[in-house]
Design a protein around this ligand. Structure first.
Ligand SMILES: [Zn+2]
Length: 381
C-alpha cells in the first residue's frame, strides 16, 4: 500500500511522511478515524514507507523487495492483530491470517461486519482476548527479520477490553525499532491507560469530493450518481461502497412504502413489509436505515426553511418535497430519532423482525395519531 493508492487525506499523509523524514516516528501511535476514512490503509502505507529501501520524497518506492512484500502483506516484519470470533480462551488470531490478508487486499475499506461475514461468524461476539494479547507480545519480542523496523498493526483495539492492560508496558517501552499502530474508531471505547501511552493521529472523515472521485475513477460510476452517493454516505467510503452495491434494493421505493403503510396504519401489510426487510441481512438493513435518516434530515431542512441546503438526486428530492408537506418539524425529528435508535440496535444484533415492527408502530403513532414517542423532549408543538 502506497500513500498514492489512498483516497484523499492529503494533510494526514503529509504529516506522516514528515515524521519519517524528520526522524520522529513515535513507537506507539493511535490512528483514530471514523469508519470508511481509510485509517487502516494509512497505517499500512506509513509502515511500508518506513520500511522501504528506496524511499522517495513523498511515498515508498513500490518496487523494492520490502515494498513488494508489503504490497502482498507478507513482509515478515509486518504483524497484524484484529478482533476475531472464535470463543475458546486459548484461541488467538493466527488461524484467521489468510482470510484477513484476502479481505484487506480485496476490499481495503471493509468494516467489522464485512470481516464477520468473511469468517461466517454470524452473530458471534468479536473480541481480542487474553491469548491474543500474549500472541501480540510474543510477536513483538521477535527480532526484525528483514527490515530495520518491525510493525504491529492492531485493528479495532476497542475490542481489547480490559485485556488491553497487558499491553501497557510494551506500549510504554517497546523493544528497539518497534512500531505499534492501533487503528481505532471510537476513542471512548479504548482504555484511558492505552490512550495516554500512544501518540494520537486524528484522521478526519473523507471529503464528499474525494468519495465522489473514487467512485467515478475506480468504480466507473457516473458523476451525478457518484455525487449523490458521496453525499448520502457522509464521508464514509465503506458506506458509499455498500450504497453502490445496495442500489438493486431500491431504498427509496422501500422507504416510501414503509412510510405510506405506517400512515395508513395497514397492519397486515406492515407485517409483510417487516418480514421482507428482515430478510435483507444486517448490512443492508443498516444501509436502509441510514438512507432513511439522511432522507428525513433533508425534510428537516425543508421544514426549517433551509431548502437551499438540500442536495438530493431528483427522485429523492420529489418524494421528500411532497412528504414535507404532510408532516411538521417535530414529526420529522421524531422519525429520525426512531431510525437512529433502530440503527443502534441493529448494530447490536437486535432481532430485525421485532425491531422493524416496533419502529413501524412508532411511525404509526407519529404519522397517523400525531403522538410523539414519550421520553423525547421536543421544543416544537
Ligand atoms: Zn520500496
Amino acid at each position: 500500500m502506497q500513500f498514492s493508492d489512498i483516497t484523499g487525506q492529503k494533510e494526514i499523509k503529509d504529516h506522516l511522511i514528515q515524521t519519517v523524514l524528520e526522524n520522529r516516528v513515535s513507537h506507539a501511535q493511535l490512528f483514530l478515524g471514523p469508519e470508511g476514512s481509510g485509517s487502516l490503509l494509512l497505517a499500512l502505507a506509513y509502515a511500508q514507507f518506513i520500511s522501504c529501501q528506496n524511499r522517495q520524497a513523498n511515498d515508498s518506492c513500490g518496487e523494492c523487495s520490502s515494498c513488494r512484500k508489503y504490497r502482498k502483506l507478507i513482509h515478515p516484519d509486518l504483524h497484524f492483530s484484529y478482533p476475531f470470533f472464535r470463543g475458546g480462551e486459548n484461541e488467538d488470531s493466527m488461524p484467521d491470517q489468510p482470510e484477513w490478508r484476502n479481505l484487506v487486499l480485496g476490499n481495503p475499506y471493509f468494516n467489522l461486519d464485512d470481516w464477520r461475514l468473511r469468517l461466517d461468524a454470524q452473530n458471534k461476539q468479536a473480541n481480542i482476548n487474553k491469548a491474543e494479547c500474549m500472541n501480540i507480545l510474543n510477536r513483538l519480542t521477535l527480532k526484525p527479520f528483514e527490515s530495520e523496523y518491525k510493525t504491529m498493526i492492531v485493528w479495532l483495539p476497542e475490542h481489547l477490553g480490559n485485556e488491553g492492560n497487558r499491553l501497557l508496558k510494551t506500549l510504554e517501552e517497546p523493544a528497539d525499532k518497534t512500531l505499534i499502530i492501533l487503528v481505532a474508531q471510537n476513542q471512548d471505547q479504548i482504555l484511558n491507560t492505552i490512550i495516554s501511552r500512544t501518540q494520537l493521529v486524528k484522521i478526519p472523515r473523507l471529503k464528499d469530493e474525494d468519495i465522489s472521485k473514487f467512485l467515478v475513477e475506480k468504480k466507473g460510476i457516473s458523476e451525478p450518481k457518484a455525487a449523490s452517493i458521496a453525499y448520502l454516505s457522509e464521508g464514509n467510503l465503506t458506506a458509499a461502497l455498500s450504497f453502490m452495491h445496495g442500489e438493486e434494493n431500491d431504498h427509496l421505493k422501500m422507504f416510501q412504502e414503509w412510510l405510506q403503510l405506517s400512515y395508513r396504519d395497514n397492519g397486515n401489510k406492515i407485517v409483510d413489509f417487516t418480514e421482507k426487510v428482515a430478510k435483507l441481512g444486517r448490512e443492508n438493513q443498516k444501509n436502509f436505515l441510514r438512507y432513511g435518516i439522511n432522507l428525513i434530515r433533508e425534510s428537516v431542512l425543508i421544514l426549517s426553511a433551509a431548502e437551499n441546503l438540500v442536495h438530493l438526486p431528483q427522485a429523492e428530492l420529489e418524494f421528500i418535497t411532497n412528504f414535507s408537506k404532510v408532516i411538521n418539524l417535530a414529526k420529522a425529528e421524531a422519525i429520525v430519532a426512531e431510525l437512529e435508535k433502530a440503527h443502534y440496535h441493529i448494530e447490536r444484533n437486535a432481532n430485525p423482525k421485532i425491531l422493524f415492527l416496533d419502529v413501524s408502530l412508532q411511525f404509526i403513532k407519529i404519522l397517523k395519531f400525531n403522538t410523539l414517542p414519550s421520553g423525547t423532549q421536543y421544543i416544537y408543538a
